[in-house]
Design a protein around this ligand. Structure first.
Ligand code: AMP
Length: 435
């Protein structure tokens, strides 16, 4: 049944802003989380990036902001904690976009790498929504600049990632500084394990909302190509970039150095390429993202952390040049394409000896990634037969042919069905990562 935003209890100011953004119907997570958040319950929501989760917490928060605060002081009424600077900036940008008709709305984004002075000045007037990474928020808290006495809602966005990044103690300190009366809303790709324990500590009688992980990548066409070694991967990448007919691509590498080297190599080949990683100064990272948004950069070579939160609808291709270390990063990476209902293509390159890392990703996804080959560029060695063929007793893996975006044939880059036999590969490659 199709639903309208107005049926979820949003105000006309918000629904008309959503109209302007071209959002006509709520996504699953929005349809479930918005009414629950408006009812005042604490929420634990498992939802992936790309599901529309940001609006799922910002919109009900903004409905509440329309009621005048009874609290004194200038502190934030809503606090959103995010694992990375880019995601924080993206969330603040979305808040401004959805709040375009709320002239009184004041937001602030507290992230590392940005000017303290600017952030302090921004807090010299009452704040409605504060979006922050834990580290920089703690810096301000230590200097006594944060007053949480008016806080009504605390949002932990991508909470699993914040735990992975070691923010647990910061989060607990921050939460202790907020009023007991707050509403707590936690979003995470998973609600199991450590994240479940944290959630239990931070929330009161929470309602759980689990948005099923997409059975397939949805509108994202996924492919897996095995390579013999790194030189073979280079040739595959070269072929893909020449043949794929992409608008803009994000290529993921395992290391910061790797991202710089590859971006240099691609620039030498004539692509407007740039790299993005966590050691770059923040203003440089921001400039790179702006250039990507404006189409001045066609190929962005990025590490996992730096690429979090990139929301550029014109990215048509994601290429995993190096495999992600953690299986869930695969989902976050491919979610950089296929945004806002568009189509996208995600191509994963793996050395044959890394087959077990591919299996781990597939186990996490609970599905297989379509494996193929580019004619004339097949790997000489094959992963062992059937290792990951969960639910496929004969060990047959799916294989497919790559038809390019929007069903357009990929200029001979069809990934033909492969033979499933071959020598057993050994060893695995692990790079140092941007963590
Ligand atoms: P998120 O999961 O919050 O990162 O959002 C993923 C993308 O979906 C972003 O580009 C949003 O602007 C877009 N989006 C969010 N809600 C909707 C909606 N209801 N309809 C269409 N696109 C949406």
């Amino acid at each position: 049944m199709l639903m309208l935003f107005s049926e979820l209890g949003l105000t006309p100011e918000l629904t008309s802003a959503l109209d302007q953004s071209g959002f006509t119907t709520p996504t699953d997570v929005q349809a479930q989380a918005i009414p629950a958040a408006l009812a005042g319950r604490d929420l634990l929501v498992s939802a992936q990036t790309g599901s529309g989760k940001t609006a799922a917490f910002l919109l009900p928060g903004m409905v509440k902001l329309a009621q005048k605060s009874t609290g004194k002081g200038m502190g934030p009424r809503i606090l959103v904690l995010t694992p990375t600077r880019e995601l924080a900036q993206q969330v603040e940008k979305n808040a401004t976009e959805y709040g375009v008709n709320l002239r009184w709305l004041r937001t602030v984004c507290l992230v590392g790498g940005a000017s303290f002075g600017y952030q302090v000045r921004a807090m010299s007037r009452p704040i409605d929504i504060m979006v922050a990474t834990p580290g920089r928020l703690m810096d301000h808290m230590r200097q006594g600049r944060i007053d949480f006495s008016r806080l009504e809602m605390l949002v932990l966005d991508e909470a699993d990632r914040m735990l992975d990044m070691g923010f647990i103690e910061d989060i607990e300190t921050i939460v202790r500084a907020t009023p007991e009366s707050r509403q707590t809303v936690l979003f995470s790709a998973t609600l199991d394990g450590n994240i479940g324990r944290l959630a239990q500590k931070l929330t009161r009688d929470p309602q759980r909302i689990e948005i099923a992980r997409a059975e397939s990548g949805g509108n994202i066409e996924e492919h897996l190509l095995y390579a013999d070694d790194s030189r073979h991967k280079e040739r595959l990448l070269d072929h893909i970039l020449k043949e794929a007919g992409f608008d803009q691509a994000v290529i993921f590498t395992a290391t910061k150095v790797g991202s710089e080297e590859l971006a240099d190599k691609l620039s030498d080949l004539g692509y407007s390429a740039a790299c993005l990683h966590g050691d770059m100064p923040q203003n440089w990272r921001n400039r790179t993202l702006n250039d990507l948004r404006r189409g001045r950069i066609r190929v962005l070579v990025a590490t996992d952390v730096a690429a979090r939160g990139i929301d550029v609808p014109t990215i048509t291709h994601v290429i995993n040049y190096d495999l992600p270390k953690q299986a869930e990063d695969y989902v976050h990476r491919i979610g950089r394409t296929g945004r806002a209902g568009r189509d996208g293509v995600a191509i994963t390159l793996a050395e044959t000896k890394e087959y077990h890392r591919v299996r781990r990703i597939e186990q996490y996804l609970k599905r297989q990634i379509v494996e193929g080959v580019i004619e004339g560029m097949e790997p000489t060695r094959r992963p062992p037969k059937g290792g990951s063929s969960r639910g496929k007793p004969d060990g047959q893996r799916r294989s497919g042919s790559y038809a390019g975006r929007n069903g357009k044939p990929g200029n001979g880059s069809s990934y033909a069905k492969r033979s499933s036999s071959g020598p057993r590969p050994q060893g695995s490659h692990q790079g140092s990562r941007d963590r």
